[in-house]
Design a protein around this ligand. Structure first.
Ligand code: BGC
Length: 383
């Protein structure tokens, strides 16, 4: 009896140590830890294509945590404090690998590529040659095809300093119809200032379109509100790219000018959403002063006081208001139903369909060049 008790306690202690560096107090009442031990924990998360999937948990000194898995390089959890110090998970995700692998997983937390967003009629012409992609969204290609980078195995290495993970994946020439071998490196860093930084880089051996992004679904209420309609959003963008009925840009760039697409002054997402058929699912043209890291958006959940700022080096921001969530996903974290407008994505990126839109900023990466993209999600609170 005594022995069993000891074994259970030892197993529990091991599990806690493996899972993260937090204390039992945080596990039980969700109270913020001011003196968490920064570091990287590891927990088995299943097997994919014969390889072990691990959930790596980055923890910083204020107790903020980010979980990353090999499958899709996905963000599995993101735990931040509210304005009373209570911790909560602010991203949608699944309790297990089966959840992530289910048909219809709308890219929860995944790394997206080779070309994030849509390519019209699933094809493009490059240097006089026509390339055909999988039409996995009506007649269009979406988020890299039938098996985009959100559905591949990313190798993960812990980096020195205990706050970063390096993920690598090499996409073979011809994968999902794209030309060239694309070698990628994605570094996730959790800083002591409660920032999740994502640094992407890639090289190729043939000219190819590249548009990598992250598909985290945020709801800053951490379970308190079933939708994001009450969140307040500011986007630093005077223009957007209007789309046709299949969400392909028409090629025009239009001013938001005080209309429902105007988020230059923060407003509740629910205020004008009914004026946009289907909800928000558009690319905003960021107002930029250069090519460095600049503020793209600020999201506030008034109830919890949680604030998320988005910084990027990219020219565009896709704001997607969870229009296709319908409460049917299984294996969700805590068995929660992820309903219509339950969460939103703020995807830093190049403009959709760029390979077919000569007036949009270039997305063709050539041999000898290196693709770079940095995105920072910075968390704080307000009263
Ligand atoms: C797109 C949506 C799409 C969603 C898939 C977003 O990035 O803009 O149109 O339905 O991804 O979950």
């Amino acid at each position: 009896m005594k022995k069993t008790g000891l074994y259970v306690m030892a197993a529990l202690a091991l599990q806690l140590a493996a899972c993260n560096n937090s204390t039992e107090k945080e596990q039980k009442d969700g109270t913020a830890q001011l003196n968490a031990k920064p570091g990287i924990g590891e927990m088995p998360f299943g097997t994919f294509e014969g390889k072990p999937v691990t959930e790596y948990t980055l923890t910083n000194a204020s107790g903020m945590q980010v979980g990353i898995i090999n499958y899709g390089g996905a963000i599995s959890k993101l735990i931040t404090p509210d304005n009373k110090g209570k911790m909560g998970d602010v991203v949608f995700g699944f309790a297990n690998l089966e959840g992530f692998q289910q048909k219809g997983n709308p890219y929860f937390g995944g790394l997206i590529g080779r070309f994030g967003n849509r390519i019209a009629k699933a094809g493009f012409t490059l240097d006089g040659k026509k390339y055909t992609l999988a039409a996995n969204n009506g007649v269009n290609a979406l988020h890299g095809g039938s098996k985009g980078y959100d559905k591949v195995y990313w190798t993960i290495e812990k980096q020195a300093g205990d706050s970063s993970l390096k993920l690598t994946y090499t996409s073979p020439d011809g994968e999902e119809g794209y030309p060239g071998t694309l070698k990628m490196e994605v570094i996730y860093t959790l800083t002591s200032a409660n920032e999740l930084k994502i640094d992407y880089s890639a090289t190729t051996d043939k000219a190819t379109p590249v548009n990598l992004t992250s598909h985290a679904y945020f709801n800053l209420s951490a379970g308190a509100d079933s939708t994001i309609l009450g969140h307040e959003l500011m986007m630093n963008a005077a223009q957007y790219t209007p789309v046709d009925s299949t969400l392909i840009p028409t090629g025009k760039i239009e001013a938001v000018a005080g209309g429902p697409m105007d988020f230059n002054t923060a407003k509740p997402i629910g205020r004008d959403i009914d004026k946009i058929t289907g909800g928000y699912d558009h690319n905003w043209v960021l107002t930029r002063s250069g090519t460095g890291l600049e503020l793209a958006a600020k999201l506030v959940h008034p109830g919890s006081g949680r604030v998320m700022e988005v910084f990027t080096t990219e020219p565009g921001l896709q704001f997607y208001s969870g229009n296709f969530l319908d409460g049917t996903l299984s294996n969700t974290k805590g068995g929660v139903k992820y309903v219509w407008h339950g969460a939103l994505c703020l995807e830093t990126q190049h403009f959709p369909d760029s390979p077919n839109q000569p007036s949009f900023p270039n997305t063709i990466l050539k041999p000898g060049e290196t693709y770079h993209h940095t995105c920072v999600y910075k968390f704080s609170t307000q009263p």
